[in-house]
Design a protein around this ligand. Structure first.
Ligand SMILES: Nc1ncnc2c1ncn2[C@@H]1O[C@H](COP(=O)(O)OP(=O)(O)OP(=O)(O)O)[C@@H](O)[C@H]1O
Ligand SMILES: [Mg+2]
Length: 379
């Protein structure tokens, strides 16, 4: 550290010139030594390893180099800074880059593979600053922060995130397949039996003499019941796997769902569709449709709204779905609650398709759910 003090001291002394009288010089010298002492304390107080370089040779180093690199600060003085790096060629390259950048700007940050004295490889975040206004004589200060563990933890977190995401995608598609299978079975088995029953009841009604009016009435009621059951079965099948979605596409399925919702909930549902659904991938159409179903269910269950506006549009290369109600308005806490599984499900679907989602609520003025998904860059 004394080296830093004397460097600064000599520089300043030259600059001061001979015009100051002896006393002034003495005061200035004391002040400079004080500053240098302060500077060396600051350097030793910071947790990052800091070295000063002159033409790539180390001219000072703080105590933290011991923790980060395993070297004593004194051992490093006069040595080439490449001693701290993993790969000599790479370090030459980065040095050129560092110096050329520091000609233009005062500081520069980068990550670089380094090596400790004991040979252990570490990854450091380096922050370099030139000494003085210009890059005179390639004098710079570099602070090294060991980020090996942090990076490892980040990567592990990212991996675990990816695994969860894959699991969620897998579960969703397994659920869709399961729904489709159940829908198919109900349709094939129950549908056929009910049709047979419909025909039998009609036949029975035809066989009965009109004078047995109470039996005729009974068979009519039975026929009516079977008709209602057929309708219910159709509805259940359609909810499990909207056949419209497969047969007629997303737009028709959204229109159908909106009508169904209006009939059943009594909430006025207005839709505006401005997109061509011909080329939308089947899985993406399913995702949008499921998101739409969840938002409508939420409107019916939680909002107390009297009207809902739906917009399905194409904006540039994105498909946008926006559902707005005029109910009580979702709070930020509800929207971000880790137990809001309906909303988490929407978010997961959107993430899988590299899309974006926003939920906003205004107290007493309604809720808007907006999702935007790129049409081309699929999951
Ligand atoms: N349109 C809305 N208006 C007002 N509040 C809403 C609306 N949508 C959701 N919320 C609030 O946000 C919460 C979370 O919604 P979310 O869909 O995640 O869960 P849920 O509907 O309660 O249960 P489920 O898991 O069955 O969907 C709801 O409990 C409700 O309080
Ligand atoms: Mg819900």
């Amino acid at each position: 550290m004394e080296k830093v003090a004397s460097m600064i001291f000599h520089d300043k002394k030259d600059a001061l010139g001979d015009s100051l009288d002896a006393m002034e010089q003495e005061v200035t010298k004391e002040r400079l030594l004080e500053l240098a002492a302060l500077e060396s304390s600051i350097l030793d107080a910071v947790p990052q390893a800091i070295v000063g370089l002159h033409k790539r040779r180390i001219i000072f180093a703080n105590n933290a180099v011991r923790d980060t690199f395993g070297w004593d600060p004194e051992e490093l003085i006069g040595k080439s800074v490449t001693l701290l790096y993993r790969n000599k060629e790479e370090s030459e390259e980065i040095a050129r880059y560092f110096y050329s950048t520091l000609k233009r700007q005062r500081t520069f940050v980068n990550e670089f593979p380094c090596r400790r004295k004991d040979g252990k490889d570490i990854l450091c975040r380096m922050r370099a600053a030139r000494i003085g206004d210009r890059l005179k004589e390639r004098r710079i200060v570099v602070a090294y922060e060991d980020i090996t563990e942090r990076r490892r933890a980040e990567e592990e977190l990212e991996r675990s995130h990816r695994r969860l995401r894959n699991l969620s995608a897998h579960l969703q598609s397994a659920r869709e397949e399961e729904c489709a299978r159940i829908a198919r079975e109900i349709h094939d088995e129950l549908g056929q039996y009910l049709t047979a029953l419909q025909m039998d009841v009609a036949w029975l009604g035809d066989q009965l003499p009109p004078e047995l009016s109470h039996l005729v009435d009974k068979t009519r009621r039975m026929a009516h019941l079977v008709d209602s059951t057929v309708d219910s079965v159709h509805r259940i099948i359609t909810e499990l796997r909207p056949i419209l979605l497969d047969d007629l596409g997303l737009n028709a399925a959204i229109e159908w769902q909106a009508k169904e919702f209006q009939n059943r909930s009594g909430i006025d549902c207005r839709i505006y569709i401005d997109c061509w659904d011909g080329l939308i991938e089947k899985d993406l159409a399913t995702a949008i449709f499921r998101i739409f179903q969840e938002t409508l269910t939420n409107v019916a269950r939680h909002s107390g709204a009297t009207a809902v506006w739906v917009r399905l549009t194409q904006e540039g290369d994105d498909l946008c779905l926006e559902v707005t109600d005029n109910g009580k308005g979702i709070t930020r806490k509800q929207a971000e609650d880790s137990r809001s599984f309906g909303i988490i499900g929407i978010r997961e679907r959107v993430n899988l398709w590299n899309g974006q989602m926003r939920i906003t609520g205004k107290s007493g003025r309604g809720t808007t759910v907006r999702v935007q998904i790129p049409l081309r860059k699929g999951a």
